[in-house]
Design a protein around this ligand. Structure first.
Ligand code: ZN
Length: 342
């Protein structure tokens, strides 16, 4: 990007109420068959229009074609049985009934490539596409086959690499891997998590982002956040390894969180997507609040490497709130852009 402070979102946007029940994660589809396929495309174009109207520079599909950022990808793979469920603890935080890995995992066909090509056909702006990261994928499954988190992560990384290369060929400018698990399993991140992530983007020439965060504003996450104390220093455990990795962009949560902003210094040299929009609150930020968050990051990231963004996905928020937050993000970035130009 030649434009200073290019804006983007970290992930999902709310779906229209005719496509899926609003303000809900894992919301079931309200359409079927051809109607569903058509409805997803319509929603993608609406989401794109919302982003364009708000003045967002790097646009996405708003994850309109997927039910969940991890599960939808896994549903398309062989080796995972969605009928055979086990209860496991996800991100060391909450118990959930999850599918079982019953055999060798593989990708029988492209998962999001047609959706990405459709997004590409609808806009000339730079586009970003999100995929789950290997460690976050293994953390939402019961593994009865490999019986090794590292081995399963490596297998998923290989599959993600196949998908990522096809997304790149479809015209995606930035591929983002979502790794909220990087904020929980610090030893594993440093032992093999970052290596598995690098395997997932091996050979790509487009930009690669990794998104780490404290999660959507769901109860399990807000309860967990309440236990983290006044200063959230989790990023401190993983940023040095990411700084030394081949990742181009790191996306993190800043606004309304207890993350000490100087931790961004640990990423010096990388581009940083600074989360300046709180996704756990329906209160729409003012442009000045967004600008203040961006300014607070500027001592720790060079201006030409700062990418204003949201803390995480906005899927569970009302659509009008999400639209307001997109507009605030763009307006806040513009304030700081003017200051830097002056
Ligand atoms: Zn997130």
């Amino acid at each position: 990007m030649t434009k200073l402070l290019p804006t983007s979102t970290a992930g999902s946007l709310p779906k229209p109420s005719w496509l899926a029940e609003p303000e809900k994660l894992w919301s079931p589809w309200l359409l079927e068959g051809e109607d569903l396929a058509e409805g997803k495309k319509d929603a993608l174009r609406l989401s794109l229009a919302d982003q364009a109207q708000a003045g967002i520079d790097i646009v996405s599909d708003g994850e309109q074609t997927r039910q969940h950022f991890v599960t939808t990808f896994i549903e398309h793979l062989d080796g995972v049985d969605f009928e055979q469920r086990e209860t496991v603890r996800i991100r060391d935080r909450y118990d959930a009934s999850v599918p079982t890995v019953v055999g060798a995992v593989s990708r029988k066909q492209p998962v999001f490539v047609a959706d990405a090509a459709y997004l590409r056909s609808q806009t000339s702006q730079p586009i970003k596409w999100a995929l789950p990261g290997p460690m976050t994928m293994i953390d939402t499954l019961y593994d009865a086959h490999y019986k090794s988190r590292e081995k399963l992560a490596w297998e998923f990384a290989t599959i993600l690499n196949q998908e990522a290369k096809e997304l790149e060929a479809a015209g995606v400018d930035i591929i983002q891997f979502d790794e909220p698990a990087f904020n929980v399993f610090f030893d594993e991140v440093n032992d093999w998590g970052v290596a598995a992530l690098e395997r997932a983007f091996e050979g790509l020439t487009c930009d690669v982002a990794v998104h780490i965060c404290y999660g959507y504003g769901i109860k399990a996450n807000t309860d967990w956040k309440a236990t983290l104390g006044h200063e959230w220093r989790q990023y401190e455990r993983t940023f040095p390894k990411l700084q030394a990795s081949g990742v181009d962009i790191v996306s993190l949560e800043c606004h309304n969180s207890h993350v000490p902003v100087d931790l961004i210094e640990l990423l010096r040299g990388k581009r940083v997507m600074v989360g300046a929009i709180d996704v756990a609150s329906a209160q729409v930020e003012t442009p000045e609040e967004v600008a203040a968050t961006l300014r607070s990051a500027l001592p720790f990231v060079d201006a030409d490497l700062l990418y204003p963004s949201t803390n995480c996905g906005m899927a569970p928020l009302p659509r009008s709130v999400a639209r307001g937050k997109l507009a605030a993000l763009a307006a806040g970035a513009e304030i700081v852009r003017q200051e830097l130009a002056g």
